[in-house]
Design a protein around this ligand. Structure first.
Ligand code: SAM
Length: 244
């Protein structure tokens, strides 16, 4: 059926693609993608051949309009280089424009590095906040960490291997005492997940510089410890209820 199909693709292991994703990619009229070479390889692996159209959210308005127009009569799949489109990847503007134009939009969920990381690290998963890539500049990075640091949730960031050490140091400064998770090369041969203090992680990766793709996790703020006075008050309160 005509419309826009948001299709999640593997983040490493090529077997991580849903039956429905393969079905949509095999039936669609064309695939909008970030990089035709990357998506071309995936299509080849799946034994599929479809027109591939380069798309990103910085596309000219009229290119986007043309793509939206074609969705009135054709089925267009949107994929990114890896994982779920729109998650630190292009697609938001396209989905927004498609909905405004009354185009049918469907999502075919699947791999996402942030979600894979939260399932692996053993940090609280009941509340987490995904904040995309940390800013590159020191000041902006410190500001974001300070802003998000008070929130009672595990924080998730995308990170590159080259910037890991700097980011770990920034977390240590802005949010002292928090444990940090480094989830690296998820679903790939050298998958690794370490949860430790920033200092220990910095030491580890100094000795063994990391490669590949990384999700950083920061544990939530610790419970505020009760002062002795608070404990006395709580005890008195508890004894009162017991007597009553
Ligand atoms: N849309 C993708 C998703 O759903 O995860 C994310 C795209 S974003 C441009 C790329 C970043 O995602 C990488 O720099 C890294 O932080 C993270 N990432 C992607 N694949 C990963 C993997 N296999 N292991 C760890 N992190 C990964």
């Amino acid at each position: 059926a005509p419309g826009l199909y948001i299709v999640a693709t593997p983040i490493g292991n090529l077997s991580d693609i849903t039956l429905r994703a393969v079905d949509v990619l095999s039936r669609c009229d064309g695939v909008a993608c970030e990089d035709t070479r990357v998506t071309g390889k995936l299509m080849k692996h799946l034994g599929l051949s479809k027109p591939l159209w380069r798309y990103n959210d910085h596309a000219e308005e009229r290119d986007r309009a043309r793509l939206i127009e074609s969705m009135q009569t054709r089925a267009v799949a949107l994929v990114s280089d890896a994982g779920t489109p729109l998650i630190s990847d292009p697609g938001y503007r396209l989905v927004n424009a498609a909905r405004e134009a009354g185009v049918e939009v469907q999502t075919i969920p699947g791999p996402c590095a942030a979600i894979a990381a939260i399932t692996l690290a053993g940090l609280p998963s009941d509340r987490f906040l995904f904040a995309g890539f940390l800013p590159v500049k020191d000041k902006a990075r410190g500001d974001i960490l300070a802003e998000l640091g008070g929130i009672d949730a595990t924080l998730l960031f995308y990170e590159s291997a080259g910037r890991l050490a700097k980011s770990l140091a920034a977390i240590d400064t802005a949010l002292p005492g928090r444990r940090v998770g480094v989830a690296r090369e998820l679903t790939k041969l050298h998958e690794e997940c370490r949860v430790d203090t920033p200092a220990a992680l910095i030491a580890h990766y100094e000795a063994k510089p990391p490669r590949g793709e990384i999700v950083l996790l920061v544990e939530p703020p610790h419970e505020i410890e009760a002062s002795p006075e608070d404990v006395d008050a709580l005890l008195r309160e508890a004894l009162k209820t017991e007597k009553a």
